[in-house]
Ligand binder design. Structure first.
Ligand code: ADP
Length: 611
């Protein structure tokens, strides 16, 4: 603080000196007044400055100092008492404020120091954050490498290429001296070197799997540092190098390698792990860093996944090849079977035609013979001939129908026909036969049964005749009845069964035919086999009736082709039998012009009925 001693102007002659002091005091006063202004400006602008009041105090202190210098200007000359009083007041105020400021400063020093400490703490935090950022960046870098490596590894699905690519990419990314892959041998007793990056370890070298270090590696999923002297990492003499190389190894799980073929080891399934060994250059500078070890572990897992994918692909390709071979063989067999079926059908067609002619000759001549005068023995003999000839004729045409049904060459007709007329024809055919056996016949056509329908008249007729023929054949006395009706749309739902799905539509209706007899009946256990061709039940007392076991099999196929279903019910032997079938027929509004099919059917069926 400047002194403000009063000068005795008369005591000092050197006026120049006085002038200098005068000017200096003016400048000091101006400076003293300007500094608080600057401080006020600073306090105004820095909203968060914590020590505003100290600054205010400091400002007051400076203003007062300035004031003492300012008042001093009057002290250079003769001054009044008032000036002296003002000067004294200014000096006292300045002394008080300066001491108070000094004391305040003592108070705020710890605060200022703590601010300093906080600042250094923040600085440390910022450094740490920087380091963490660096770590994140490194991890990102590692992630990028892993993605790149994974992409390279997965871009191929050939196992050898995967392994080779892995070694090359790892070598490039981590700047390795050597990278090697050891696989378990076929016997499972050794680890054999299968792939190396720089061939510093000879491919095919082997080490016993029982080594403790291998066991340790197998038991940990992490990349482990292993000594450079370990047999897995021996890369020959380190001439001229004083620092041994840093080596890490990691296990590679062999997830699915059933047909892996490398040199002489082919079956590695269940052998567990391969081992990947990674060796850094022996320059004493490169050390394994944590993120590099992470990368190695991730790559090992990726290789495992890629290898398993490749193995699955190889297996599926193998399976595909096998399937193709089988398909080829199957195709050949199918062609041969088709040729055989054609040959059989041709043979059947020819035989059918060739055998029918003499059969018809026998039947016609026998019928003619029956008209002549015969002794009772001769009549029985001719009757037997006629009966058996009819049977053979039925068999011949059934066999042909069946084979045509089986190879799909039989196509149903879809023509309008007189539906009610079909039943009339059937009854007129059956009646004479039934009356010989003294059986009564009934035909009941429901009122809603349409007169005309669209479908295969001949096959419908054949089906009804087969069933009626059986009913007459297996009935000694009583009656045979036939009921025809339309299946009501509301009852179609009840028919949903694995074999039969009726589909209601406006253009179609379902015809239901039921043939009931009071004959020998069927043992319930035989029912499931009745529709199998060439199968006849062995139970029952009336099984002396000759037959080929083809009729119902044919009926079932016809019913199926006509979108329907056939079944037999019997309460047991000697309790009669009910054969029913449902077929789908088209609605026919106009009467058909003629019905050649029916006449043909009647002609052929009438010859085939045997009882
Ligand atoms: P087949 O030409 O031998 O009569 P089907 O296939 O027509 O062959 O009949 C198979 C078997 O079903 C017959 O042998 C017979 O035992 C039995 N069967 C069919 N219908 C009846 C029926 N109405 N009464 C008793 N048994 C029957």
């Amino acid at each position: 603080m400047e002194s403000c001693d009063c000068f005795d102007t008369q005591g000092h002659q050197d006026e120049l000196l006085v002038r200098y002091q005068y000017i200096s005091d003016v400048l000091i006063a101006v400076a003293y007044f300007s500094i608080p202004l600057e401080l006020i400006y600073f306090v105004q602008k820095s909203a968060f400055f914590p020590y505003r009041w100290v600054l205010m105090q400091f400002g007051a202190f400076i203003i007062l100092c300035g004031a003492t210098h300012f008042i001093n200007l009057w002290m250079f000359f003769m001054h009044s008492k008032a000036v002296a009083v003002v000067m004294t007041i200014a000096k006292v105020s300045c002394a008080i404020v300066s001491c108070a400021t000094a004391l305040m400063l003592v108070h705020i020093i710890p605060d200022l120091l703590s601010v300093k400490i906080r600042e250094s703490f923040l600085k440390r935090k910022a450094d740490e954050l920087d380091r963490e950022m660096g770590l994140i960046l490194t991890q990102e870098e590692t992630g990028r490498h892993v993605r790149m490596l994974t992409h390279e590894i997965r871009s191929t699905l050939d196992r050898h290429t995967i392994l080779r690519t892995t070694l090359i990419e790892l070598g490039r990314t981590l700047d390795l001296e050597e990278c090697a892959l050891w696989m378990p041998s076929q016997s499972g007793l050794n680890m054999q070197l299968s792939h190396t990056l720089n061939y510093k370890i000879q491919v095919g070298a082997s080490v016993p799997i029982s080594l403790p270090i291998i066991n340790e590696l197998f038991n940990s999923a992490q990349a482990m540092h292993i000594p450079h002297t370990c047999p897995l990492a021996k890369i020959g003499p380190l001439i001229g190098r004083y620092t041994p190389p840093e080596v890490v190894a990691v296990r590679v799980p062999l997830l699915h390698l059933s047909n892996f073929q490398v040199s002489d080891w082919s079956d590695l399934s269940g052998k567990g792990y391969a081992v990947m060994v990674l060796i850094l250059p022996a320059d004493g500078v490169r050390k394994w860093r944590d993120h590099e070890l992470d990368l190695v572990e991730v790559v090992a897992d990726q290789v495992a996944v890629a290898l398993s994918h490749a193995a699955i692909l190889e297996e599926s390709m193998h399976a595909r090849d096998q399937l193709m071979e089988q398909n080829f063989a199957l195709d050949k067999a199918r062609q041969e079977a088709e040729m055989a079926v054609h040959a059989r059908n041709d043979f059947l067609a020819v035989m059918n035609h060739e055998m029918r002619t003499p059969m018809h000759a026998i039947i016609s001549l026998s019928s003619l013979l029956m008209e002549t005068e015969l002794s009772p023995e001769q009549r029985v003999m001719i009757e037997t001939i006629l009966k058996n000839s009819n049977l053979v004729a039925t068999l011949i045409s059934d066999v042909l129908d069946l084979s045509r049904l089986e190879d799909g060459s039989l196509v149903l007709e879809n023509e309008p026909f007189n539906l009610q007329g079909v039943f009339g024809e059937v009854i007129s055919l059956i009646k004479p036969i039934a009356s010989v056996k003294k059986l009564s016949t009934n035909l009941i056509l429901s009122a809603d049964l349409p007169v005309y329908a669209v479908g295969d008249e001949k096959r419908l007729m054949q089906t009804i005749l087969n069933i009626m023929g059986n009913a007459v054949k297996f009935t000694k006395d009583g009656y045979v009845s036939i009921v025809a009706s339309i299946l009501k749309p509301e009852s179609l739902r009840d028919w949903q069964s694995p074999e039969f799905y009726p589909v209601p539509s406006d253009n179609h209706f379902y015809l239901c035919v039921q043939v009931k007899d009071t004959g020998c009946g069927i043992h319930p256990q035989d029912i499931p086999y009745l529709f199998t061709k060439f199968v006849q039940p062995h139970t029952g007392s009336h099984r002396n009736q000759a037959g080929g076991g083809l009729g119902l099999a044919l009926c079932k196929r016809f019913a199926g082709l006509m979108g329907g279903h056939i079944w037999i019910e019997s309460e047991g032997l000697e309790k009669g039998c009910t054969t029913s079938f449902i077929i789908r027929l088209g609605v026919c509004n106009a009467p058909p012009t003629n019905s050649p099919a029916l006449r043909l059917a009647v002609k052929s069926q009438s010859r085939q009925l045997n009882w």
